[in-house]
Design a binder for this molecule. Structure first.
Ligand code: PMP
Length: 291
């Protein structure tokens, strides 16, 4: 990934992709003082850019550091990175971390860095598999108690168990894994939120110990706009037997149907299909919609 053509925005400058490097003694690498975002551009416009930038700033604050750029400056930097790469449809990855001035747990006075990269990433999952519905494993690792780790931050450290869970699932031939939380309730996938459908109504876990995804909130609004009842509540795995449809949501994953989770089976049904279409319509650039 480190020797592509093009440029990466790095601390205020566009640098050639292969030269966007950092020191091995960066605090962010050793102590996980690193936060990031995942955004998608459709037709040249970054969907819900300000919400992503605000979450990035907030994630940093939760990890006790302040990104030295305003929301407007970061928004402009994301747009510049996308334009410089010449992409209309792309994934945008801003990342902020503590630098290498102080090599210890405490690093109050280290420099805060920000980099933004953009690349083409048409489908997070294999497109053919995506339409048939993904097969998910049930992860061994659980989302931790928010009293244990700041779960509202999109922080690098929180992804350790996601990588472990996704690797384990892929080794068994699954596309991804569903993680339970510290109470044994259904939580989320390794990079996406999860929804279920039963009797024409939607059920999704309350995001009290995992990321309340921007796609998740968008899809809840889209469903309610169609008059579909959405229940945000605690869901235990023993209920999955009675769920008829299942799908996951995320910036990279968009709205993707799920056909199985371990021994549970779901149909790729009408509500999933409707919300896939509604999401595709919602992300279109405003200029195109107005035209
Ligand atoms: N949960 C996790 C662990 C994620 O990595 C993501 C992707 N950012 C999501 C949920 C979905 O969040 P969003 O819809 O904001 O991309």
């Amino acid at each position: 990934f480190d020797n592509r053509p093009g440029h990466i925005w790095y601390d205020g400058k566009l640098v050639p992709w292969s030269e966007a490097k950092l020191h091995v003694l960066s605090h962010g690498l050793h102590y996980a003082s690193s936060v990031f975002e995942g955004e998608r551009a459709y037709g040249g416009e970054i969907f819900k850019l300000t919400e992503h930038t605000e979450r990035l700033k907030e994630s940093a604050r939760i990890l006790d550091f302040e990104i030295p750029y305003s929301v407007e400056e970061i928004n402009e930097a994301c747009k510049l990175t996308l334009a410089k790469q010449g992409f209309r449809d792309a994934y945008i990855r801003p990342v902020a971390w503590r630098g290498s001035e102080m090599m210890a747990v405490a690093a109050q006075h280290s420099t805060i860095h920000l980099a933004i990269a953009a690349w083409e990433w048409p489908s997070y999952f294999d497109p053919a598999q995506r339409l048939k519905g993904l097969r998910l494993d049930l992860a061994e690792w659980r989302r931790p108690d928010p009293a244990t780790i700041p779960s509202k931050a999109k922080a690098a450290g929180l992804y350790m168990i996601c990588t472990l869970s996704k690797h384990a699932a892929e080794r068994k031939g699954y596309a991804d894994a569903l993680m339970l939380d510290y109470r044994g309730q259904v939580a989320e996938c390794t990079g996406a939120n999860v929804f279920f459908v039963k009797g024409g109504e939607i059920h999704t876990p309350t995001p009290d110990c995992f990321l309340d995804g921007i796609t998740r909130r968008t899809v809840v609004d889209l469903a309610r706009a169609r008059g579909i009842t959405v229940h945000e509540r605690a869901i235990f795995p023993d209920e999955l037997e009675s769920m008829e449809q299942c799908f996951i949501t995320g910036t990279a994953a968009e709205v993707t149907p799920v056909s199985e989770i371990a021994d549970w089976r779901f149909e790729v049904g009408d509500i999933v299909k409707t919300l896939m279409n509604d999401y595709t319509a919602a992300v279109q650039p405003k200029a195109a919609v107005a035209a």
